[in-house]
Design a binder for this molecule. Structure first.
Ligand SMILES: NC(=O)c1ccc[n+]([C@@H]2O[C@H](COP(=O)([O-])OP(=O)(O)OC[C@H]3O[C@@H](n4cnc5c(N)ncnc54)[C@H](OP(=O)(O)O)[C@@H]3O)[C@@H](O)[C@H]2O)c1
Length: 154
């Protein structure tokens, strides 16, 4: 199973520069619980921004370069990252950022999305979700976000 895990505004904003536009501890706790002990895949920039504070057991970082990524495996393509996660024998949770969500979208089986209720300015976006491709499995309401689980239509 390949899953995307993201938080976004209703306008699909996920980030501003290298940061999140919001600080919502409840949402952070929620996603950390989901990916704790799992294989995570993320872009080099998100890794740089979050390293030291990353959930997940096996960490796979995607980069075109050969930078050193301490505590993580480096892959040159998204497909290579998927192969690596299969070798770990576990589900893969794709944690972003924008460029990696775009690469993951065609492969994802599930999406775990937190829709942040307040509006925020940003310059990084989540790809459009085509309702023709996705079923809504569940919706849960929290004070500052709505949590929606999607599965791909087969
Ligand atoms: N709200 C959320 O759920 C969430 C989650 C994560 C991140 N974010 C936000 O997203 C933003 C970061 O997104 P981003 O798109 O700028 O950066 P990113 O996806 O985290 O990382 C981009 C880097 O990934 C590598 N990369 C991208 N496409 C590649 C490809 N096709 N092949 C090989 N390597 C590739 C490149 O690394 P090299 O430069 O090393 O080659 C590129 O510079 C930040 O604002 C962050 O806060 C939001």
């Amino acid at each position: 199973m390949i899953a995307i895990v993201a938080a976004m505004t209703r306008g699909r904003v996920i980030g501003i520069g290298d940061s999140l536009p919001w600080n919502i501890p409840d949402e952070t706790r929620h996603y950390r619980k989901l990916v704790n002990g799992k294989t995570i895949i993320l872009g080099r920039k998100t890794f740089e921004a979050m390293k030291g504070n990353l959930p997940g057991l096996n960490k796979i970082v995607i980069s075109r370069s050969t930078v050193q990524v301490e505590g993580a495996e480096l892959c040159g393509t998204f497909e290579e990252a998927l192969e690596k996660s299969r070798a770990y024998g576990s589900d893969a949770f794709v944690l972003g950022g924008q460029s990696i969500f775009e690469l993951a979208m065609p492969y994802a089986d599930m999406m775990f999305i937190s829709y942040i209720k307040k509006d925020y300015e940003g310059d990084r976006f989540f790809p459009e979700i085509d309702p023709a491709d996705w079923n809504v499995e569940s919706r849960q309401d929290f004070a500052e976000f709505e949590y929606v689980v999607y599965s791909r239509k087969r």
